[in-house]
Design a protein around this ligand. Structure first.
Ligand code: M6R
Length: 366
């Protein structure tokens, strides 16, 4: 059932090209130029009447929500708030009938996410669930559902569920942007073209799995590891840190590059690994300054950059490259080496990769 792989997690990482394709292909019109969501069937007025979007989720699904804020705000210009479900529930949130509440949940059974959805509905919000499990509690509770079609995810550490959530959320942002008039047809077609290349490009990343395994061997004895990034790469830094903590049990923290000087830099001493995500062109220069700040304290920097980069690599110790793509599409690929790094680190440390200590696949108690 593991299809020849040593663990479910690795199998699920390698399934990503296929499931990414499954998630998007049914939503791309046959001319390849437009996004369609038959299950939503929204009109321009439906989208224009949304005053604000509230995204609520837990763990990895919450991290997908952080990226969705960039997708939706930039492509559809609708304000987006992202909240952890267990916080949202108890903070008397500003949610009303002009709010669209999007809940994201792989299992569709996470108790806090389900309760947050009920709370949003009680306050009059419209609701949309992004979930992987057909007929799950969340899918039954929400007004509308977008399925991620990732297939069953067995490993506790979420991988393919996350990338397909990113795909679904990016498609949704494109769809809303066209309907409310903020996105040109050309821009939409351009992002779709890059999205369609992702499944093949993922295989490119897998070709370098051996290098990532070597990096895992280098960091395996470390006690603290930092992930830094800016804009969408910051959200990915959080996901990379979570994955590493969850299965390797190494303490990891994610920081927005610009926040280092506000405290965390004090922890950067000789040899501390810093994974610097620097794929986003518009903030590249700023990331380079942040990398220099940690290099000046003799950190060991692993940079994640787009293929063809010449500048970032001058400042780092080891490099992981991601195939070139649109800014919005890149995160779907950038996370894959982070998943592999967490995986191989957990394996060399002899951990139970698929069933990490103290954790359950689906959190149905508070
Ligand atoms: O099923 P859900 O997407 O609602 O689960 C949410 C989190 O429990 C889940 O993503 C968790 O953070 C993962 N184990 C992370 O890999």
């Amino acid at each position: 059932e593991k299809g020849g792989f040593e663990h479910f997690m690795l199998k699920e990482i390698y399934e990503q090209p296929k499931v990414i394709k499954d998630t998007m292909s049914c939503r791309i019109a046959s001319d390849g130029e437009q996004i369609q969501f038959e299950e939503l069937n929204w009109t321009p007025e439906d989208v224009k009447s949304i005053g604000k979007i509230m995204i609520v989720a837990c763990g990895t699904a919450y991290h997908a929500g952080l990226l969705a804020k960039y997708f939706i705000e930039k492509l559809a210009r609708i304000p987006v708030e992202v909240d952890i479900a267990s916080e949202y529930r108890y903070r008397d949130p500003l949610t009303d009938s002009k709010t669209l509440c999007i809940v994201i949940s792989q299992s569709g059974e996470t108790i806090d996410t389900l309760a947050a959805l009920k709370e949003a509905k009680r306050r009059g919000a419209r609701s949309l669930a992004i979930t992987n499990v057909v007929g799950s509690s969340v899918s039954r509770e929400a007004d509308q559902v977008v399925y991620t079609w990732a297939g069953p995810e067995i490993a506790v550490a979420s991988t393919k569920a996350y990338t397909t959530q990113l795909v679904a959320l990016l498609l949704l942002a494109l769809y809303m942007g066209r309907l409310n008039g903020h996105l040109t047809a050309d821009r939409e077609a351009q992002v779709i073209r890059d999205l369609q290349r992702v499944p093949d490009q993922c295989r490119n990343i897998f070709d370098h799995a051996g290098d990532i395994k070597e990096l895992a061997a280098k960091i395996k004895e470390k006690e603290d590891i930092f992930f830094i990034g800016r804009s969408m790469d910051y959200g990915l830094a959080m996901e990379g840190a979570l994955k590493l903590k969850e299965i390797s049990y190494i303490h990891a923290e994610a920081y927005a590059g610009g926040e280092l000087k506000h405290g965390t830099l004090a922890l950067i001493i000789s040899g501390v690994p810093v994974i610097a995500l620097a794929t986003q062109q518009d903030v590249e220069e700023k990331m380079i300054s942040n990398i220099k700040e940690v290099k000046a304290r003799d950190a060991y920097v692993i940079g994640v950059v787009q293929e063809g980069d010449t500048e970032v690599r001058k400042t780092i110790d080891s490099v992981i490259t991601i195939p070139r793509s649109d800014n919005f599409v890149l995160p779907i690929m950038t996370v894959i080496p982070l998943q592999l790094l967490a995986y191989y680190t957990a394996v060399v440390r002899g951990n139970d990769v698929d069933k990490p200590r103290n954790l359950a696949k689906s959190v149905t108690v508070e």
